[in-house]
Write a protein that binds this ligand. Structure first.
Ligand code: ACO
Length: 330
C-alpha cells in the first residue's frame, strides 16, 4: 500500500480534531470537504461563519460536520487569553494584548490546542512560514527533552533502489536557518522518530557534508563530525554516521570506498543536511529534477502537531497534510 494511503488509514482510526486556521480560504474549504467525506479527521474551521457560509454555498462545498469558530467572537476568548498570559508572563504579556492577539487565527489555533480543544493545526496556504510558526513555537513549544523544532520532507523517488524502496527523508528543510552541532544532533534524533512513526521505516541516518570521514578539512566539516558524535552520545541505539558526502550516503560502491565498514554509507534513508539552505535547495532539486514526490514540510519536535503549508499548495496537499497532522497527534 502507498505510504499516503497507510497514513490516511491511521488518521481514520484516530479521528483527531484538526484546526484549519485559514477557514475562509477556498482551497482550505475544498480540502475540509474531502477530509470530512473521507473521514480522515474532525475539522475545526477558523473564520467568519457568514463568509464561510457564502463561499461554500457559492462553490457548492459541503462542510456539514465541520465545527466553525470565529476567533473574534468565540466565548472562550477570555479563558484562552488567561492561558496565554500564564505561558508568556515572563515576557510581560497582558490580558489586553493576549485578547488582541487572539483575533489572529494563527494565534487562536495553537491556543485551542494548548487548551485541549484541538489536537493539531494546519495553516500556510495564505500566510508565510514564519507567521504560522512563531505563535506555535511561542505557545505550544517543544516536546519534553526536545529544544529544536525542525521540518522534514518525505521524498518518494521513482528509483526504488535508493533509500528504503525509494523513500528518503530530508531534514531540516523548513525551520532552523543555521543549526549548531547540538541542534543538528537533535534534528537527527527527532527525524529518526518521524521516520519510524510517519514513514514507517527503520532509520539509517547520514550526516551530510562536502567531506567523507576527513577527506576535507574545514570548520563546517568539523561541525558535522561533532554533530554526529553528539547524536551518538544522545541516542546510542540509532544508526547514525557521518560526516559523509551525498554519494557516499546513497551509493553502495562509493559508500564502501569512502567509508569502509559503515552501516549507513550506501544505505542511508535519512539525510540530515548541514543547514536550511542546503536542505531546502536540496529537496527542491530532487523534486524538480528527479520528479520525486515531496511530502511536507512535516514539522517535528513540537509538543503538538502544527504544520505549515506552501502558499502554492493544492487542495490535495492540504488533505494529505491534514492526514499527516492527525497521525502525528497520535
Ligand atoms: N525550535 C524551537 N523553538 C524555536 C525555534 C525552533 N527551531 N526557533 C525559534 N524558536 C522559539 C524562540 O526561542 C522564541 O521563543 P520565546 O519567544 O519563547 O523566547 C520563539 O520561538 C520566537 O523566536 P524568534 O527567534 O523570536 O522568532 P523568529 O522571528 O526568528 O522566528 C522562525 C522563528 C519563524 C522559525 C524563523 O527561524 C524562520 O523564519 N525560519 C525559516 C522559515 C522558512 O522560511 N523556511 C523556509 C520555507 S518552508 C519551505 O520551503 C518548505
Amino acid at each position: 500500500m502507498e505510504l499516503l494511503d497507510q497514513i490516511k488509514n491511521r488518521a481514520r482510526k484516530l479521528q483527531n480534531r484538526i484546526v484549519l486556521a485559514e477557514g475562509t480560504e477556498l482551497r482550505t474549504l475544498k480540502a475540509a470537504e474531502i477530509v470530512l467525506k473521507e473521514k480522515l479527521a474532525k475539522i475545526i474551521l477558523l473564520g467568519n461563519p457568514q463568509i464561510i457560509a457564502e463561499l461554500t454555498r457559492k462553490e457548492g462545498i459541503d462542510i456539514s460536520g465541520a465545527e466553525i469558530i470565529d476567533p473574534l467572537t468565540d466565548d472562550k476568548r477570555q479563558h484562552y487569553a488567561e492561558i496565554m498570559v500564564e505561558i508568556r508572563k515572563s515576557k510581560g504579556l497582558t490580558i489586553e494584548e493576549a485578547l488582541k492577539s487572539l483575533n489572529n487565527p494563527l494565534v487562536f489555533g495553537p491556543i485551542m490546542i494548548k487548551a485541549g480543544d484541538a489536537d493539531g493545526e494546519i495553516a500556510g496556504a495564505i500566510n508565510a512560514t514564519g507567521d504560522v510558526l512563531r505563535p506555535a513555537l511561542q505557545y505550544v513549544k517543544t516536546l519534553p527533552g526536545v529544544s529544536v523544532v525542525s521540518g522534514v520532507f518525505i521524498m518518494i523517488l521513482k528509483d526504488k533502489t535508493i533509500g528504503d524502496n525509494g523513500i528518503l527523508i530530508f531534514a531540516d528543510c523548513a525551520v532552523m536557518p543555521d543549526p549548531d552541532e547540538k541542534q543538528l544532533a537533535e534534528i537527527a534524533i527527532t527525524t529518526a522518530k518521524t521516520a519510524k512513526t510517519i514513514a514507517n521505516i527503520e532509520p539509517r541516518i547520514a550526516m551530510l557534508s562536502f567531506s567523507t570521514k576527513g577527506s576535507a578539512k574545514h570548520a563546517l566539516v568539523d561541525k558535522m563530525v561533532n554533530a554526529t558524535r553528539i547524536a551518538h552520545e544522545m541516542a546510542p541505539e540509532l544508526l547514525i554516521d557521518g560526516e559523509m558526502q551525498l554519494d557516499a550516503a546513497l551509493n553502495e560502491e562509493v559508500g564502501q570506498l569512502k567509508s569502509p565498514g559503515s552501516l549507513v554509507a550506501g544505505k542511508a534513508n535519512v539525510l540530515v543536511f548541514p543547514g536550511l539552505e542546503a536542505a531546502n535547495i536540496g529537496y527542491k532539486l530532487v523534486q524538480r529534477l528527479a520528479g520525486a514526490e515531496a511530502i511536507g514540510p512535516i514539522l517535528q519536535g513540537m509538543a503538538a502537531p502544527i504544520n505549515d503549508l506552501s502558499r502554492g499548495c493544492s487542495v490535495s496537499d492540504i488533505v494529505n497534510m491534514a492526514a499527516i497532522t492527525a497521525t502525528q497527534a497520535g
